[in-house]
Design a binder for this molecule. Structure first.
Ligand SMILES: Cc1ncc(COP(=O)(O)O)c(C=O)c1O
Length: 426
């Protein structure tokens, strides 16, 4: 007989925003469809949805300008172009990111330079400063999983060295540090609304900045390459804004969904965060399990718990034991994952970076005359010793944004049993 005890409990998927979809999102989409107006600049019964989202998102982050775009990768590409990043430039970034972060630099024609991480798994400001050269145009902070590192220090280093700071907040909608939102520390920031992110419309992205100049350039580049006048007509005569546009506009349906999700962002992130810190309370009772340094836990958006062990063997055993102790892993899902299997989040796992491949089969940016200084730059495992070491010993546990009491009890029991089996109590 298949009793309840025998049956593994299926945990919910990890996609934070979409688990909270409800009638509000349905109504928002229906409104745009009924208005026959899915395009951001005009339509039959034009709803101005993208404009409204831009205003609300800028206000939420605490910056002056926001530009909606089609996805986070496009937001990065547009942001680098707006900062004038190109051949001859170096862009500094941590080696823990997502492939899109470094890809956008390479497609800009610039050279990525990798920086090691601190105990928060974010870019270390001291290592950053050491790597700044006269060719450095920008640095990129990437708060992975909604945990912000020493972002104020990084911003200060960038300012002192007169380089741009871009915050890649694709994974950090709703995160903050001591009351200041992720995306409000640098010169420009990007967000993603792809399905794995805290708020989602399946795809979507945003660029935020306090700089009118960067905003205007980003606006031009994201559309046709030109700005618009007050009446909304293209102004092709302004020589400061004659670029090649990418055409990565946000559509009205995306904006309508994200406007609803923005109202739920506190609920989504607090549900992940609250349960994450229940698990932190459990693991804190044991020796040999280190937690990621989080300066302000109340600003953590909560989607991932990282646990670093004394050695690789224990970390691998811990992951296996969690599964043995009842945490069912959905195929292709995230519960729990060892950082060694974390794919293109880690620099040395990206074949096109390690192999210094070209954008589209022609030339590689490392072969450009302007980038001659970088022809011997290396991206193989070993160049970031602190990150490399963390990767060997760290397990991630993904926190779903909707867990019922039964799910929570199962997870907590699996954590307690695993800790008891492998570690010693304080
Ligand atoms: C850190 C980071 N940057 C950029 C992106 C790219 O966003 P998108 O998938 O919307 O293009 C992602 C998405 O996974 C990401 O995690």
């Amino acid at each position: 007989m298949n009793t309840k005890k025998d049956k593994p409990i299926e945990l919910p998927q990890e996609w934070p925003g979409s688990l909270h979809y409800g009638i509000e999102e349905v109504k928002a989409v229906t409104r745009i469809v009924k208005a026959q107006s899915p395009f951001r600049f005009y339509g039959v019964n034009f709803q101005h949805e993208v404009e409204k989202l831009e205003e609300e998102f800028a206000d939420y982050i605490g910056v002056k300008y926001c530009l909606g775009v089609s996805h986070g990768t496009a937001a990065l590409q547009v942001a680098f172009a707006a900062m004038g990043v190109g051949p001859g430039d170096e862009v500094l970034m941590p080696g823990y990111f997502w492939v899109s972060t470094v890809g956008a630099v390479v497609r800009s024609g610039a050279i990525p330079v990798l920086v090691d991480v601190d105990r928060s798994f974010n870019m270390d400001p001291e290592n950053l400063e050491k790597k700044i050269t006269k060719r450095t145009k920008a640095a990129v902070m990437v708060p992975m999983g909604g945990v912000m590192g020493q972002v104020s220090k990084v911003a200060e280093v960038c300012k002192r060295n007169k380089i741009f700071l871009l915050e890649d907040c694709a994974q950090s909608s709703g995160a903050s540090q001591f009351g200041k939102k992720a995306g409000s520390f640098g010169d420009i920031a990007i967000f993603s609304f792809q399905i794995n992110k805290n708020i989602t419309a399946g795809e979507g992205g945003a660029i935020v900045t306090n700089s009118e100049e960067l905003y205007k350039k980003a606006f031009a580049i994201h559309d046709l390459g030109y700005i618009k006048d007050e009446e909304g007509n293209l102004d092709t005569g302004n020589e400061d804004y004659q670029f090649w546009g990418i055409g990565c506009r946000m559509n009205e349906v995306t904006a309508a969904i994200i406007r609803v999700q923005l109202k739920k962002i506190g609920l989504i992130t607090s549900s992940m965060r609250n349960f994450k810190y229940e698990l932190v309370d459990i693991i804190s009772c044991y020796k040999g399990i280190g937690k990621r340094h989080i300066a302000d836990p109340s600003g953590d958006s909560g989607g991932f718990l990282k646990m670093t062990f004394d050695n690789k063997e224990t970390s691998i055993r811990f992951k296996e034991k969690l599964i043995e102790n009842g945490i069912k892993v959905r195929q292709g899902g995230y519960y729990p994952v060892h950082m060694l299997d974390w794919g293109m989040h880690v620099y040395s796992n990206i074949p096109a970076l390690v192999g210094k491949k070209s954008y589209c089969g022609h030339h590689s940016v490392w072969e450009l005359k302007e980038n001659d200084f970088a022809k011997d730059y290396k991206y193989e495992k070993g160049i970031l010793p602190i990150l490399d070491d963390f990767v060997e010993r760290t397990v991630l546990f993904c926190i779903a944004s909707k867990l019922n009491d039964e799910h929570k009890a199962l997870i907590k029991k699996a954590f307690t049993e695993t800790c008891n089996q492998l570690l010693e109590k304080y």
